[in-house]
Design a protein around this ligand. Structure first.
Ligand code: AMP
Ligand code: MG
Length: 488
């Protein structure tokens, strides 16, 4: 494990022509302090954990100094926001410092979110508040522990420099890590300016670095587009299966690598509700939970359009044409595993009927699936804890007897199936009320113990943690009033 001084930075994105970014240094903040960090993310940089106590590192991650080899830039991009094209976006508050290559040969770009104004800040102050930074930090690391592709969060640094939103709040910076932060919108910006060469050049860059196996092809672009569509389909299957709602699926928040990117007003389902809208500002429900796979498909067509100058329309539409089948198959496979069944049409109907029952009875999605791991498939078994989640017991009994019959017919062994199901049905997710409690304590009392406890808990979401049983419970009544919007 290395010391700070031995990190070598190499900023390949900053070696691209300046059309893609602006050089801009972070704006310093007074008296930065460490709020929390992720040891797992630190290990990605091969950094020794003791380095987190060094003021030099905190000053760097606060944007107060740059290390040798860093080349700070803000990336340019555009995007479709709520269906409308916005030509001028870009990193308004995120600054890329450079890329660290670890001993395993992986490259990790290091980005500070909330590092001050950039040429793309528009009216914004370039800052992030502690509240939203804690949510991003916890959720990035929780998603990773759930095996869902995501950008990572190394740490949060706070400063008493005030930031003004509805009220005065505490400023914070999240250090994010990803192989690349390139978005669909990074391509769109040039398409709508009628600049073909930069689209091709960016595609070449992304292909060479992240899809190197395609460089052998004489025409790699259609296959590149196909791979992006497939990764996005897989990601949507994972979101839908775990009950994650992103909240702001604009094309500028869609990663070219199929990572979960830009955590804002996201939410995990509590009671199963297909129409769940986590973003208070999304009054039309454009990004409702059950819309996500279709929205992603729409976003992919926007990406395909930007690549049409590099291929024919027919080729582009063929390249993305598999998305619905790939999503459907990936989703069914994940749901089948969560129900302890093989994928197939009988499983699909058992799953869909279960989801309908959950919605009708307002049953907690995560709790239902975790209880389902312990299902007793013997004829006549009552499965009381599971049954008690439903108001309509008769409907549950009818479904449970179908499920039990299917399991018996497969020769499924209860104990074996339970162990396998517990590895895909998390016990612990980042429920809004848990984040809210941690945030309040951090903001009001500068007590970060709850953030750390949640972080530790969520890095082992599939494990039974008897001391943390309360964190697996349904939200309390007060939590229904929590509203999360984009203004963070
Ligand atoms: P988001 O909804 O966080 O994905 O942000 C949408 C766009 O607004 C991005 O280009 C952000 O960089 C920019 N943005 C969000 N908040 C701020 C802020 N406080 N200051 C400057 N730009 C911001
Ligand atoms: Mg964004």
């Amino acid at each position: 494990m290395a010391k700070l001084e031995s990190l070598t930075f190499d900023n390949s994105f900053a070696r691209l022509p300046e059309a893609y970014y602006s050089r801009v240094c972070p704006t310093p903040v007074p008296d930065p302090y460490l709020v929390c960090y992720s040891p797992e993310a630190l290990a990605l940089l091969d950094l020794d954990e003791r380095e987190m106590t060094r003021p030099e590192l905190i000053e760097t991650l606060a944007g107060n100094q740059l290390l040798p080899g860093m080349d700070a830039i803000a990336a340019l991009y555009a995007g479709h926001q709520f269906g409308h094209y916005v030509p001028q976006l870009g990193d308004g508050r995120a600054i890329l410092l450079g890329e660290v290559k670890n001993a395993a040969g992986e490259g990790w770009e290091v980005q500070l979110k909330g590092a001050g104004r950039t040429p793309y800040s528009r009216g914004g102050d370039g800052r992030a508040v502690l509240r939203s930074s804690i949510r991003e930090f916890l959720c990035s690391e929780a998603m990773h522990a759930l095996d869902i592709p995501t950008t990572r969060a190394l740490c949060i640094v706070g400063s008493d420099r005030p930031v003004y939103r509805e009220d005065q709040e505490t400023a914070a910076l999240v250090t994010r890590l990803a192989p690349s932060f390139v978005r669909f919108g990074s391509f769109e910006v040039f398409y709508y300016r009628n600049q073909i060469e930069p689209i091709k050049h960016l595609a070449d860059y992304v292909i060479a670095r992240y899809f190197p196996e395609l460089t052998r092809l004489s025409d790699p672009y259609p296959e590149f587009l196909r791979r992006v569509a497939l990764r996005t389909a897989e990601l949507m299957a994972q979101w839908q299966a775990v009950g994650f709602s992103h909240g702001v699926m604009n094309t500028d928040n869609m990663s070219i690598l199929g990572l979960t990117l830009d955590y804002g007003p996201f939410g995990f389902l509590d009671a199963f509700d297909p129409g769940y809208v986590c973003n208070h500002s999304d009054t039309g429900g454009r990004y409702a939970f059950d819309q996500q796979p279709d929205v992603a498909a729409w976003n992919i067509t926007k990406l395909a359009q930007t690549l049409v100058p590099l291929m024919s329309v027919e080729t582009a539409s063929q390249a993305i044409g598999e998305y619905p089948q790939v999503f459907g198959k990936a989703y069914l496979e994940r749901m089948a595993a969560k129900f302890g069944l093989p994928p197939g049409s009988e499983t699909a109907s058992l799953v869909m009927d279960a989801l309908q029952l959950l919605a009708q009875n307002q049953v907690d999605y995560t709790i239902f699936l975790r209880h389902l791991c312990d299902f007793d498939s013997a004829a006549g078994a009552v499965n009381a804890p599971l049954r008690d989640l439903f108001v309509d017991r008769a409907a549950f009994d009818a479904w449970a007897s179908r499920y039990a019959a299917a399991l018996r017919q497969l020769g499924s062994i209860d104990a074996e199936r339970a162990a396998a199901m517990r590895r895909v049905n998390p016990k612990y997710i980042l429920r809004n009320h848990l984040a809210e409690i941690a945030i309040r304590r951090a903001a009001d009392e500068r007590d970060y113990s709850e953030v750390n406890r949640l972080h530790a808990l969520l890095t082992r979401p599939f494990d039974e943690q008897p001391e943390n049983e309360a964190y697996a419970a349904e939200p309390p009544d007060w939590a229904r009033k929590i509203e999360v919007s984009c203004s963070s």
